[in-house]
Design a binder for this molecule. Sequence first.
Ligand SMILES: *[C@@H]1O[C@H](CO)[C@@H](O)[C@H](O)[C@H]1NC(C)=O
Ligand SMILES: *[C@@H]1O[C@H](CO)[C@@H](O)[C@H](O)[C@H]1NC(C)=O
Length: 357
Amino acid sequence: MVLAILIRFSCFIAVSAAPFSFNDNPIGNGFPMIVNPSSQLTAVSIAALGSLPNLPPPPNAPSADSLTSLRLIAFNELFEVAFFTELLSNITNNVMGYEIGGGEDARTFMINALTAVQSQEELHVLNANGAITQFGGEAVEPCVYNFPVSNINDAITLAQTFTDVVLGTLQDVVSLFGTDGDAALIRGVSSVIGQEGEQNGWYRTFLGKIPSALPFLTTSTREFAFSAIQGFVVPGSCPNLNSIKLQTFEPLTITTGNPEPRNQDLAFSVQISAADDWKSSYSLTYINQQNLPINTPITNVNIVDKTVTFTANFPYDAATFGNGMTIAAVTNSTGGFTSANDVAKVTVFGPGLIEIS
Ligand SMILES: *[C@@H]1O[C@H](CO)[C@@H](O)[C@H](O)[C@H]1NC(C)=O
Ligand SMILES: *[C@@H]1O[C@H](CO)[C@@H](O)[C@H](O)[C@H]1NC(C)=O
């Protein structure tokens, strides 16, 4: 079966439910406020089926740029814990839209799997924040979150999409650890890349897709992940967001729903603050797999008040472009990019996330 699913991270469908706050954690395990470190950590480790790394820490403090990566990881993992905590609570409590069909075994399997994922993500947070505080840095604190989903299928589709972004972004993080002289951090984060890949194979299978999306997963950059995750954060709710020194792009919305795997024009929209904020020098750039980013001209621009709508070709090719996750960005450039980082440097609006599998 060929499925094409598209998520608009930045454009919320109105949901009536209250935003998620750890102050009101429905699982009630106190995370991320550790009151009794040894007993709480033991309980989390049992649920996670394993422990925090206990190897000796790196001898030297991470570079400032590596600390930025660790902060981004903590920020992302906190968001993931929030998501899986609420998802697990929805399923456990048979919230409407979260009733698991297929008998009691299927429901038990889902709860067991998500209980492990939720606790494993908690350990990912503690590991990243631990690496920051080890050398005197300030731990990243959780925000209040809103998830634009209200049924199990949309929730798992969202989990698959943000995990794709993470799997792309950790490629950027480990490359930077290498160039920043922090090779000692690469092994542990690489173990998490595989771990998140295992999760994603299950999310894909749940959605009726084959487990492995691509031969080489789509790459991303820290800035794209940082911008995308902020789409789930209640503005102003993060106590120390400004400790994460990364650029945030303006949101890009893809208005074409569920693009098919074929060459086609996609419709987009962005919000601007003044009419001359939209430049004729902009184009639409796609990042897919480990390939050269593709630049396409922006067409059919229409500016009404502060909303800009436009189209751009999506040059799908079954062999070379467009399967799995594609990151779309409005860039102030005419292309010639040789990496995702080149794209991020000139991105104005993004990321738009396209999923085809
Ligand atoms: C849990 O269910 C509520 C009510 O439908 C919904 O608003 C929320 O987004 C759901 N959370 C997740 C993570 O699926
Ligand atoms: C776009 O690029 C041009 C040429 O490089 C530069 O002069 C201009 O400041 C850029 N505009 C924005 C909004 O980034």
